[in-house]
Design a protein around this ligand. Structure first.
Ligand code: F6R
Length: 614
């Protein structure tokens, strides 16, 4: 939820920290701050409400010297976003500074205890309580910073990724994680620290992902040391990052979201690369083949996910029932984790997450594992917590998604789900050769089909201009396109702040139709398929009530195109692949409306890319 960066080495820390914060700004942008030990040995803390650019402005003409520092960009949980609540927080005696991503649940008890001992607090945050607690334990026990952090973390309840700096030790950062991600980059005589690899990849390729309950001693003169809360030293597992710097830049586009929408022909290619044999006749997914029995004997598949990834799960429901004949449930991870869900032998849980860090999805996975389920992950971020917590999985490989609104990750998730369903359907003998070949052929042609839709961006932009006035939108779809309609509505809501509802087209007449008038436009996905005719009736019902209709139809459509006010054409494909195409114009439509309204498309209000708190 918040972004953490740290550096210790022989370079000036400040530019590295600021650049890192910009890369992590998608994780939170309520306030930002930095703590550095200056060349003169002072602990300088600069922090301010607003974005990282506000921090840069604030720090102008201040002492930004020093080769060690930590920095933070915040998405507020405790305390409103203001200068005081911004991180870093520091101890009363000004010697220890700390940044934190997560929530300390028992901060109230600790705060009361410290207050009784005379400690005072400047902010409303749980984080300030933690840094004061560490300072208190250090003074009480006359111990090192590492020992004080370890003692404190043994007493706190909650989720955290933290980095701690001590004014009297210019060589060392102490970092720890539980349920919030943290990665250490290892260079020559220097270390980097961050919530994910994006701020690190331009400097080093060797990284260590900290595990839950681990504390790292990051000392510029010494090899990295990692211990658990019981002081047992952990084995250092160095991984290589393959991220490319150009993937983190806008590449000439005005927003990351637009870049990511336009990247989809390539990201789908990356997603299927190496998973379809050279002859183009077979899908090969090692995660499924390695666990063949689990999938062949699956009694039920339960998808757990949140937001856009949950919509991908809904498409998975159609795919796995339709192609594989397996019963499917789709669960909001946040609900699943707090129920007492029935998991039986033979149930396979599939967790879907772009970031691989969503707290609710992670908790749902742990619950499913504790009940004996086999858990499979579909993630984008390599080495993420969910990728590591699941028994096996498939990466979507669409590259870093920076825009807060998920676009290319969604189509990557659906592509993986299609491939999984094909492999399982074939293993079960449930798919005909003709159908298998047709789906595969169209999957391979998907990048070209998407390019074809992207080429209509000016047309979509024009339609968006006509409807930017609207205060409410309805999105309708049936069958495979019902989840797509939900996803289209979510895209519009999150970046334009226009209210939008996604609804199964036929459900409309059970209530939602009451909303229809000439001020509430409806987007209807009416591509060919088993429910095409039914959808036509739904369009007639809207038109009869004076509603405006924007329809997503197949090229050559003759019926809906005469009824709808505006049409956007997508190529005709096998029904199970339609979400991959019909979602693209909806992404563009939401994007152009948001731009017309002057919204901050990449960093919409109140949202953050990675939701690592409940
Ligand atoms: C919407 C969006 C969110 C995420 C959700 C889950 O555009 O991005 O709804 O889909 O927060 O995130 P992940 O997929 O990272 O678990």
């Amino acid at each position: 939820m918040c972004g953490i960066v740290g550096y210790v080495g022989d370079k000036n820390a400040y530019p590295i920290l600021i650049k890192g914060l910009h890369r992590l700004e998608y994780r939170g942008y309520d306030s930002a701050g930095v703590a550095m030990i200056s060349d003169e040995g002072r602990l300088n803390v600069y922090k301010t409400k607003g974005k990282v650019s506000a921090l840069e402005h604030y720090a102008e003409n201040k002492d930004i010297s020093g080769t060690i520092g930590i920095a933070h960009t915040r998405w507020a949980t405790h305390g409103e976003p203001n200068d005081l609540n911004a991180h870093p927080h520091y101890s009363e005696n000004g010697s220890i500074a700390l940044i934190h991503n997560g929530i300390i649940e028992n901060y109230g008890v600790i705060k009361t205890m410290l207050s009784e001992k005379g400690y005072t607090f400047r902010s409303d945050t749980d984080t300030e309580v933690l840094v004061q607690f560490i300072a208190y334990l250090r003074a009480e026990n006359h111990c090192t910073l590492f020992e004080a952090v370890q003692a404190a973390l043994n007493q706190v309840i909650g989720a955290y990724a933290i980095a701690v700096l001590d004014k009297d030790n210019r060589d060392e950062i102490i970092a720890a994680r539980k349920s919030s991600p943290l990665v250490v980059g290892i260079g020559e005589g220097e270390y980097f620290l961050a919530s994910d690899a994006t701020p690190i990849c331009e400097y080093v390729k060797d990284v260590v992902y900290l595990n839950d309950g681990e504390i790292a001693i990051i000392n510029r003169h010494k090899p990295l040391k990692v211990y658990n809360l019981n002081n047992i030293e952990s084995k250092i597992d160095i991984r290589k990052i393959e991220m490319n710097i150009s993937e983190l830049e806008k590449g000439g586009y005005p927003h990351f979201m637009l870049k990511e929408i336009f990247e989809q022909p390539r990201t789908i290619t990356d997603c299927i690369r190496g998973r379809i044999n050279l002859e183009g006749t077979n899908v090969i997914l090692s995660g499924i083949l390695d666990n063949k029995d689990k999938f062949l004997n699956a009694r039920r598949i339960i998808f757990v996910a949140c937001g856009t990834s949950w919509h991908a799960g809904l498409i998975g429901e159609y795919l796995f029932e339709d192609l594989c004949g397996i019963e499917v449930k789709v669960e909001y991870a946040s609900e699943f984790r707090y129920r007492n869900p029935v998991i039986q032998p033979g149930d396979v849980v599939i967790a879907i997450s772009q970031s691989g860090e969503t707290a609710d999805t992670l908790a749902a996975i742990e619950l499913a594992k504790s009940k004996g389920a086999f858990v499979y992950g579909i993630c984008n971020v390599v080495g993420s917590s969910i990728a590591r917590a699941t028994h096996s999985g498939t990466y979507i490989h669409v590259g870093p998604e920076i825009g807060v609104a998920s676009t290319k990750a969604f189509t990557g998730q659906v592509t993986v789900l299609v491939m999984m369903a094909m492999v399982i359907a074939e293993m079960k003998g449930r798919i005909s050769k003709d159908k298998y070949e047709a789906v595969l052929r169209e999957l391979l042609a998907m990048p070209e089909s998407i390019k074809h839709i992207l080429a209509q961006h000016e047309h979509i932009k024009d339609i968006a201009a006509i409807f930017t006035y609207a205060r409410n939108f309805l999105y309708l779809g049936r069958g495979y396109n019902y989840p797509t309609a939900m996803e289209g509505a979510l895209k519009l809501k999150e970046i334009s702040y226009i209210h939008a509802e996604g609804c199964p087209a036929a459900e409309m007449k059970h209530g939602t139709i009451a909303l229809i008038d000439n001020e509430m436009p409806t987007i209807v996905i009416a591509t060919n398929g088993s429910v095409y005719e039914k959808t036509i009736s739904n369009i007639q019902e809207i038109k009869a009530r004076g509603g405006k209709v924007i329809a997503v139809v197949n090229e050559g459509d003759e019926i809906v195109s005469k009824m709808a006010d505006y049409c956007i054409c997508v190529p005709s494909v096998e029904e199970c692949l339609t979400p991959l195409l019909s979602s693209i114009p909806l992404q563009l439509f939401a994007y152009y409306i948001a731009v017309n309204k002057g919204r901050n498309v990449d960093q919409p209000r109140n949202l953050a890319k990675s939701v690592t708190v409940e």
